[in-house]
Structures are given as structure tokens and as C-alpha cells.
Ligand binder design. Sequence first.
Ligand code: SF4
Length: 489
Amino acid sequence: MENCRKVDIECNKWFQRRILQDVAEQTVVINPAYPPLEYGELDESFEYPYAREPHPRYKKRGAVPAFDMIKFSINTHRGCFGGCSFCAINAHQGKFIASRSRESILREVDLITKMDGFAGTITDLGGPSANMYNMRGRDQSRCQKCARASCLTPKICDNMDTHHKEILELYREVRNHPKVKHLFIGSGVRYDMLLQETDDAELRRDHEEYARELIDYHVSGRLKVAPEHTSDEVLKLMRKPSFTLFHKFKEFFDDECKRIGKRQQIIPYFISSHPGCTEADMAELALETKQLGFQLEQVQDFTPTPMTIATEMFYSELSPDGKPLYVAKTPEQKKSQRQFFFWYIPENRPQIRATLERLKLGKIGRLLLSRSAKAEGKEFFPSKERESNAEYREREQQKREQRSVTIVPKKVGEKGRWENSARRERRAAQFGNASGNNERRDFHANRDRRDFNKNRSNRDFNNGRNNGGNRGGNKNTPPVQFSSRRRGK
Ligand code: SF4
């Protein structure tokens, strides 16, 4: 966790340092990224004479569905300062936004309108987050010394200029292009920037103007946003804003759609089994989204992604500040979380009912399973309750802590739990070196030796080759070196 935190800090800096870590007899080197590109420096790489077609090797396999999505879409910038803990964008594109110039983007619009099959619709004009185009800190010298992972959470940095003027002007120019009938925004929008609490009336007007134009002209029928979860504790670990902001944004969206007379939907993205997320958190997510009228489709189960702090939480079962964390890892634990997304499928109800009874979730359970609660006007939003009721917040926090102790038995060698060094150290501190885990390792070592002796006739064949497939077997055979650093020896 400590190593990952160091990498996380370095890759969020303006001027990064090289990181070295000794691993056995070798050293892992993470080279620093170049300082962020200035406005327009990206243009050249976007304006080479690309074929704008899938690679010819795919021709035999027929149409590429992903290509249809991106064929008429335009990238405006790279980088994202959201800093979500499960996302690797900051590791490979950076926290600071590198934007293409307005002229370069408009040249690409021209090019696209001349492409075969273009019928007047540009499907996306965005980047990792659609509304971060050309955004930066007001005082660049402050940004150059800053190592915050996110400019948006836990609070939007007072130095970040969240004006949307430039991206709005770009939208207007593109939709006024004679050959463009529709310009849709397919990339995710950071609605928390649009709901920023500020005393600056002009900035509030700017945010509202962007939100209205987006909803009025640039939604293809479904606007993608990513609240990712509803539980504050999980959102904190994800480095995402509170779900109450999503409530506010949805209210605004629905009112605006009604005002302009368009039937449009918000499509919210959610993740289950994120480190720190429990079944009770998922039950709360199911209830909140049910009451908001969603039957979720765009959901995913957490997948560890290299170079992210969430992946480190997943393996170490620790939060970034070193506290033990519940992590759903076995297929059963993950399935039990995922089922809550699909509470509306009748076949899932018995299993969901059993889980809710086991968790003793009372009101949340009753409302989630009820078919008539909404019609009877019974509603309960835990996220809103937490925000307005300090007593409820405290009670929930206590329950959560109790649950995290009892929810997963921390037995040594429990089936399905993964082995890792952080857990080994915790166990060593808890049980001493004579833990059951060490005994189990010895047993495996003996078994390997037994297997090896059984296959004695293969020994000569294996000698001089990779002995990795016969782990712990012939202790006298030196391991084959794969590293290019050793070739010269
Ligand atoms: S100073 Fe603020 S705006 Fe600049 S990088 Fe740090 S958090 Fe982001």
C-alpha cells in the first residue's frame, strides 16, 4: 500500500520524480512522465493522415462493433483531474488536462463530415470526462507544487477554474457547422462540477448554462453519468462525490427535459464489489436506485486494474490510511453483491430476501422487497437521511463498524481467500509465526517433493529447462533466468 501511495502521489505531480524499487536482485524503475502539454501541443499527433479505419487484419472477421461507436467521434483532450481510485487514467494520461486547440478540433469536424457514411451525427466530442476541456488551475504555480490525487474530491479545489465557457463555444461552433445535424456528448460528464457550491454568481450561471445546453441539444436520448455508488463510505474510498449530488442533478435533468418537452433518460453507472463495499451497501444502492425509478443496466463488478489505488486496496485489504477493509473476492461474495443491481428480476428475489434477512436491514429490506411501497408514498433515501440527520449518520457508522467485524470471518486459510504478503504480515502479528498458514505451506512443500520423487524419470528431461513447473522440486537445479539483464552473464 505504501509503495502504491508513493506511485499515486508521483503520477499526480507536475514535475515527477523517477521511482526505483529493489525486487530481489533486480530493480523496478518507473520513469517520470513529461510535464503537461500546453494548449494545442497535442494537435500534431491528432492530425497525421490516419486511415480512420479498423486495422486491415480485422477485415476477414466482419464489422467491428466498437468502431461504429467511435467512427464519428472526436477527442478534445487527454487527462482527468477526477482522480477516481479505480481508474488508471491519471497513471497513463495524467491529472493535468492537455487540450487540442479549437482550430484543430474544427478541422477534424470538417474531415469527419466528408467521410463515407456520415449522415450528420457526431456521436461524441469529449475525453476521459467530457466537460474538462481546457480546464486548469487559476494559479499554475500552485498546481506545480500540488500532489493531490483529485482536484474534485473531497472538495473542489478553490484554485480549479471550472468555467465551461470554452467547451460551450466549441459545442456551438460544431452544431452550427452546415453539415452537422446533431452533436451528441457520449463521454461521461462530471456533474459534481456543475453543482459546485460557490458564492460566485457568474460561475453558477456558467454551470447552469452548460447543463441546460447539454440537456437541450447534446443528449442522444440517454446521458451517461457515473455516480458509481450510493454509500458515502464506499464513495470516499472511490474518491467520488456524495450521492446526494446525483439526486440534485437528476431533479435538474428531469425538470429541464419537461421544460423542453423531450423524453430523455439519465444512465447512471455503478460498480459492485469495490474494496470496502459490503452487501449492506449494495442493498442501500438497490433501494436508492429503485426509488429513483431506475432498472439498472450499465453496471460492472470491480476488476482490479494495474496502477490503481483501488487494486492495492483489493490485494492488501487495507484502506489507503492503513485500516483493514472488507473486500469481496470469492465468486460467491461477488455474486451476492451483484444480485442487488437486478432486484427487479423475479428469479433473484428469494436470494435477495435471504441476504436481507441475514443482514437484518429492517426498513431498507422491507422497502426494497415491497411491490407497493412507492404507490403508497413510502420512500426512504439513506443518502439524503445521512446528509440531513447527524444522529442517523452516527448510528449507521457504528452499525457499519460492527458489521465489518462480523461480516467476514478472518479465519486463517479460509477457502477462497487469496494469499498476499500484507495479510501474511497481519496474521504473523496476530498469531505469531506458528500460524496455520505456515503449516499449510510446509505441507505443500512436502507434497511437491513427493510428486517430484514420483516423477523421477522426468528429472533428466527437466534439468536445464524451466523448473518453474515443478516448484520446490529439484532444489539443486538453478532456475532459468528470463531477465534480459542477465543475458550477458
Ligand atoms: S492546486 Fe488545486 S487545481 Fe491545482 S492541481 Fe492541486 S488540486 Fe488541482
